[in-house]
Design a protein around this ligand. Structure first.
Ligand SMILES: [Zn+2]
Ligand SMILES: [Zn+2]
Length: 401
């Protein structure tokens, strides 16, 4: 993974009318950059050249996973006046899974608006329950009172964006950009936001696929400039994002994930001795301390039910997952820390299996019954798992079983 963060909630395709890559190009570039959740937030219809309303109501036709990346069809709504009114009405309210709102040129927003007008406008937008993120909250063309916005966003749980494009441009113009009012005002905004318990996300605002790749150096430079910590950004934590964005909550995309044929070139599970490139397995949501593990894998299906002889654990959610070979070590390293005591998860690729308990990983080979028994014994004796739950041998043939 080369990207500095795993979720990028702000990007545009050619559909926006002034961006340059297709959705497929963007998803492929996101996959290469290590982005697992990509918000595709086309400009709202009030901006010159932006897609019409009918474009957005086709969002349901998009595959939820493209080239291994979870794509959130979204909109970057335009704030139209100081009352915070948005170009987000009718079908547009129903279909986008991710709604950004911001002040933009080339829209009907009055060009003679004052700082007080702008502040009213973004505060009202932040209070709109349909809005998940305030995009580029302070730009030179649209100054706002950052403290007032921060307090409003924190109280409604609306995320505040740190727009990497804005700060990249400033840093390119002047290495010491700290004197720029955009920097000083954004610092005040973020300081107040954190005091009030609000959250910020880093995003690229990419208008071309190449802009999705955000280097660590740029992220570090922007975080230094704004006096924030990269690891405090909600864009690094799927569970935190899910608190603000319902579409990311477990279970929301399940029906579509189960029925969708997924990205081109993906293998279908087969019973034969096919040589699979992917590790496959089942993660139980309730067994994970942190659902961010699910953002690091491709979730290809889900179901719920109770465990054999473990009815007292109640209903649980099984996620069928796939992990490319190059990512499996990182996934296992995170899984061993995030799985709870008393549970396990497995990943199978051809004749190899990884069985992950809290703090302990077994790498097994098909037919090595001693090693298999050692893993079962560990699960029963050290983790208190019922033996009926540890039918590992059959998982070689049926990793999703
Ligand atoms: Zn744009
Ligand atoms: Zn944008």
């Amino acid at each position: 993974m080369t990207n500095a963060f795993s979720a990028d909630l702000h990007s545009h395709t050619i559909a926006s009318g002034h961006a340059f890559s297709t959705l497929d190009d963007m998803a492929r570039a996101a996959a290469e950059a290590g982005i697992t959740v990509l918000g595709v937030t086309e400009h709202g219809p009030a901006m010159d050249g932006a897609p019409h309303a009918g474009f957005f109501d086709m969002a349901g036709r998009l595959p939820p996973i493209l080239h291994g990346v979870r794509v959130l069809p979204g909109i970057e709504a335009n704030i139209l006046d100081r009352t915070g009114r948005l170009d987000l009405t009718g079908d547009l309210l129903e279909f986008p899974q991710l709604v950004l709102a911001g002040l933009h040129g080339r829209t009907p927003y009055p060009s003679n608006a004052t700082l007080v007008d702008n502040t009213d406008a973004v505060v009202r937008a932040a209070q709109n329950p349909a809005v998940h993120v305030i995009a580029h909250p302070y730009r030179s063309a649209f100054p706002v009172d950052g403290k007032i916005l921060a307090e409003a966003a924190a109280s409604t749980g609306t995320l505040i964006e740190v727009n990497l494009w804005v700060f990249r441009s400033l840093l390119e113009k002047a290495p010491d950009a700290s004197a720029d009012p955009v920097v000083s005002q954004t610092r005040l905004l973020l300081e107040r936001l954190q005091e009030c318990g609000g959250r910020y996300v880093l995003s690229s605002d990419a208008h071309h696929a190449s802009e999705l790749h955000t280097t660590r150096a740029l992220v570090s430079a922007v975080c230094r400039l704004l006096d924030i910590r990269e690891d405090n950004a909600a864009s690094r934590n799927l569970a935190e994002l899910a608190a603000a964005i319902p579409a990311l909550r477990p279970g929301r995309a399940d029906t579509r994930l189960q029925s969708w044929p997924l990205a081109a070139g993906r293998e279908e599970p087969s019973d034969g001795p096919t040589d699979h490139r992917l590790w496959r397995g089942v993660f139980i949501e309730e067994s994970l301390e942190n659902l961010s593990l699910l953002a690091a894998v491709n979730v290809v299906g889900a179901s719920s039910g109770s465990l054999e002889e473990e009815g007292d654990r109640g209903e649980v959610t099984f996620r069928r997952v796939e992990v490319p070979e190059e990512a499996v070590d990182a996934v296992v390293a995170e899984a061993v820390q995030t799985i709870k005591e008393g549970w396990y998860l497995h990943l199978v690729r051809n004749d190899h299996m990884k069985v992950v308990f809290r703090g302990k990983v077994f790498s097994l080979q098909r037919g090595d019954s001693d090693a298999l028994q050692a893993a079962v014994d560990y699960g029963v004796q050290r983790q208190g798992i019922k033996e009926a739950q540890l039918g590992l041998a059959r998982l070689f043939a049926d990793p999703f079983g």
